[in-house]
Design a protein around this ligand. Structure first.
Ligand code: HEC
Ligand code: HEC
Ligand code: HEC
Length: 436
């Protein structure tokens, strides 16, 4: 790499990291042992469509698939009025806030033309300057012009709110830096159908890669925080809320067909059920996925959910996670803790229990390339979003923060990552300490 490229990349890294971000818990976020997202705004919070203009109705549906509301609404605040803070993984970058996208003339996008809006969604460049990829235009660029216009039409009908977004930390004033970043990492262009695949597969690919922006969390990023194209959906660490105002790394699991650490054993129907309800026989949503499902995916039609599942089922497998070396006494210590704290719900066999708990044998969360989500589940418990109440779902899993020390949590995590058919790298007490 020549010097100019290094400098440009450095600038991009320093100034444009809005991509790898996480919302800060708002004022009335969940109390103590609740998991994040459990208080995701109920569907009823979404403003009703005033008249039945078919374009507006379609736009509302599409806006849900893009989950605009989760990022553009603070807890207890007006829908789409913005102001939600996002953290980057680099401390020195500080915080960037989402903007007001209601049709208010002064503080929102009331003066934006349809053209302005389409350009912002497709190129990341708005009338107020280049946008940082905390706004997932790198995915939204794939959305058709027609669908984008429908979203615009819908946003014109939501209640205008006068609300200025709080000031961003100073690095985010350097919007010109995005020119370099875009030149190096951004590919503008609409979704192109693959004619060798079915219509259903193509619809799924369009939704997953476009509005659904799954890769924004599930694909690992390079040092300049651009998605690694050759590790598409291999799973990635994302900073997000665990308790009010507190961030911890989460692992957005490997969504590919890997046998160890991926979703090879989930059928299309299993995937569809999880996306629509946050629950299936293998697992239930918790953590950052709660908001994605409650505010967005659960509103999908059956056909769209099936299409998404069909496409996900075709993702080529990432490398399997590898088995760890665990000494006999380490295994024994882990087993004791498992029998004491976990067996009651997840069973000795790790296969879980009907109405009690999901299996942890073959779990992608347990076998993750990175153990972040496994550690969070044990430390903070697991609970689906309140608005999701799928039939046949389990109860919740309590927090073990005050019941086990770091050493013990590492021991039980290593036990579940090395028992039955499971694989995964070894965890230390220090790894757990970072999540406290
Ligand atoms: C992952 C979080 C996230 C999601 C999802 C998201 N946005 Fe945003 N959006 C942001 C952030 C953060 C900004 C501010 C970026 C900046 O200031 O550079 C933003 C900025 C924008 C802007 C620019 C506004 C301005 O005043 O310049 C528009 C328009 C916008 N978003 C529309 C949408 C729409 C429509 C959707 C849903 C289809 C959506 N966003 C989904 C995070 C998100
Ligand atoms: C805001 C970040 C984020 C986005 C966006 C996101 N995910 Fe996730 N996802 C996660 C995290 C973190 C986990 C692991 C924790 C959990 O299960 O909640 C996860 C877990 C999952 C699981 C695994 C459940 C299990 O129990 O093994 C599936 C399936 C999934 N996501 C699918 C999707 C799809 C499909 C999309 C896009 C439509 C998507 N996700 C978008 C963060 C995200
Ligand atoms: C009171 C019953 C209960 C106990 C005890 C319990 N769990 Fe859980 N566990 C659950 C439930 C219920 C879920 C699913 C929560 C959801 O759907 O959000 C879960 C989810 C999980 C998951 C996520 C699985 C996946 O793939 O989505 C892991 C990992 C896990 N538990 C590990 C453990 C470990 C390790 C222990 C012991 C330290 C333990 N659990 C103790 C009930 C329990």
């Amino acid at each position: 790499m020549n010097l100019r490229k290094v400098v440009v990349q450095g600038a991009a890294l320093a100034l444009c990291a809005g991509i790898f971000v996480a919302p800060v818990a708002a004022q009335d976020a969940p109390v103590a042992t609740e998991t994040p997202g459990a208080d995701a705004p109920a569907p009823a919070d979404v403003p009703p469509v005033p008249e039945a203009d078919p374009q507006v109705v379609r736009g509302e549906y599409l806006a849900r698939l893009g989950n605009c509301i989760s990022c553009h609404t603070v807890a207890g605040g007006e829908p789409f009025a913005g102001g939600l803070p996002f953290k980057t993984p680099y401390m020195f970058l500080g915080t960037i806030h989402s903007t007001n996208i209601t049709p208010d003339d002064e503080t929102g996008i009331g003066k934006w033309t349809e053209e302005d809006f389409v350009r912002a969604m497709h190129t990341g460049s708005g009338p107020n300057g280049d946008l940082f990829p905390a706004f997932p235009y790198t995915n939204f660029t794939k959305v058709t012009e027609d669908d984008t216009k429908a979203i615009y039409a819908y946003l014109r009908t939501v209640k205008p709110v006068k609300a200025e977004a709080p000031a961003n930390s100073f690095v985010f004033a350097f919007r010109f830096a995005m020119k370099f970043w875009n030149a190096m990492f951004f590919e503008e262009g609409r979704f192109v159908a693959d004619s060798s695949q079915s219509e259903e597969w193509n619809r799924g690919a369009y939704l997953v890669e476009g509005l659904g922006h799954c890769s924004a969390c599930h694909t690992p990023r390079n040092i300049a925080l651009a998605e690694k194209k050759n590790e598409h959906m291999w799973g990635a660490v994302v900073p997000d809320v665990v308790l009010e105002g507190e961030y911890r790394p989460w692992f957005a699991i490997n969504l590919t067909q890997s046998k160890k650490g991926g979703l090879a054993h989930w059928s299309i129907d299993d995937l569809k059920r999880y996306l629509k309800t946050g629950h299936n026989k293998f697992g239930g949503a918790f953590g950052p996925m709660n908001e994605v499902i409650a505010n967005s995916l659960s509103h999908m039609t059956d056909d769209d959910a099936k299409a998404m599942a069909t496409y996900l089922k075709s993702l080529p497998a990432a490398p399997d996670t590898q088995a760890m070396q665990l000494a006999e006494d380490e295994k024994k210590a882990g087993e004791e803790l498992y029998l004491k704290h976990c067996e009651e719900c997840h069973a000795r066999s790790g296969r879980g229990g009907f109405m009690k708990a999901p299996p942890i044998v073959n779990s992608a969360v347990v076998q993750g390339q990175d153990p972040a989500s496994l550690i969070n589940v044990i430390l903070y418990g697991a609970e689906p979003a309140k608005s999701l109440n799928p039939p046949g779902a389990w109860e919740t899993m309590r927090s073990f923060r005050d019941r086990m020390n770091d050493q013990e949590i590492a021991a039980v995590a290593n036990y579940v990552r090395s028992s039955w058919e499971n694989t995964g790298s070894k965890i230390t007490a220090q790894d757990v300490a970072k999540h406290r």
